[in-house]
Design a binder for this molecule. Structure first.
Ligand code: ATR
Length: 273
């Protein structure tokens, strides 16, 4: 019987056990996936347990994503660019660190809006925090023409654009109106939308009629941004799918079966929000 984990501090809120245990049960795999509260102070000792072979691997969430990056024996090149690790796989006596957020972002859009990245010229990305890097790396992997990176604090977007090469044009949220007419995709990676917050004055009506708007925030499931886009008849993709799809590569690596993101799984997780 294999064991996998999700570590964080706190950890009780994590939906990952619900997702992985649903798959273990669906596929009749006799293994476990357990939430473990690990404080930053206890992280090195936990890594020792992982290296000693107690687990097949696991997920890493806040506040350990950067530390886990530093402590991994080997890194996926994309995790290296993202600068954070959310999935660990034990192999050959070492710990391989990867980041499945970018695959989750792509998997969600691929499932919800097939063909979304075909000849995708301009994209607007809102926010420049930790979650943004994985989205930028994902978009770059699809050969997007130009990314408009708009953030409340422009200097943070500038730092990020310098760090990640490519055609990234930085601006403030006020530049949305000017950048919108060519953008076929808008991605919110910022915290706006959580806890009753909303963007002030983001003129979505300036977007092309066939634009897609997606949010990585999934509580609430329909953020004010998505609600406004829906009202205008734009296509929208919520953030819950990213959470579900980011879990796929880890499960496959630990348990040897590529799991499916089913409507039933989505309903189960949605009901828990
Ligand atoms: P991290 O993910 O690195 O912890 P964060 O502080 O949680 O970062 O912020 C995530 C993103 O949400 C940032 O882009 C932040 O904008 P700033 O760089 O200007 O701080 C953005 N953000 C959070 N609250 C916001 C708000 N009320 N209006 C606009 N942007 C906001």
């Amino acid at each position: 019987m294999k064991r996998a984990f999700v570590i964080g501090h706190p950890i009780a809120h994590s939906r990952s056990p619900l997702i992985h245990n649903y798959w273990l049960k669906s596929y009749g795999i006799e293994s476990s996936y357990e939430p473990i509260d690990v404080t930053p102070q206890d992280l090195p000792a936990f890594f020792d347990r992982v290296k000693a072979g107690e687990f097949a691997g696991g997920n890493v969430t806040i506040p350990h994503k950067q530390m886990a990056f530093a402590m991994s024996d080997e890194l996926d090149p994309l995790a290296e660019v993202i600068g954070a690790v959310n999935t660990l796989v034990v192999q050959g006596g070492g710990v391989y660190g990867t980041n499945t957020d970018y695959a989750g972002f792509l998997g969600n859009l691929d499932a919800a809006t097939p063909g979304w990245s075909d000849k995708l010229d301009e994209v607007i990305v809102l926010g420049a925090g930790g979650a943004c890097r994985a989205v930028l790396v994902a978009l770059k992997s699809r050969e997007v023409g130009k990314i408009h990176l708009l953030n409340r604090t422009v200097s943070k977007a500038e730092d990020l654009a310098l760090d990640l090469e490519g055609r990234i044009e930085v601006g403030s949220l006020k530049d949305f109106a000017n950048r919108a007419p060519g953008a076929k995709l808008v991605v919110n990676t910022s915290a706006v939308g959580m806890k009753g917050t909303a963007f002030e004055d983001l003129p979505l009506d300036k977007l092309p009629k066939d634009a897609i708007v997606t949010d990585i925030v999934y509580v609430p499931l329909v953020t004010p941004l998505l609600a406004d886009a829906n009202k205008l008849g734009l296509r929208t993709v919520d953030g819950l799918g990213m959470l579900l799809h980011q879990a796929v590569p880890g499960f496959e690596a630990w348990f040897g079966k590529k799991p499916e993101v089913t409507p039933e799984l989505r309903q189960l997780v949605e009901a828990s929000l």
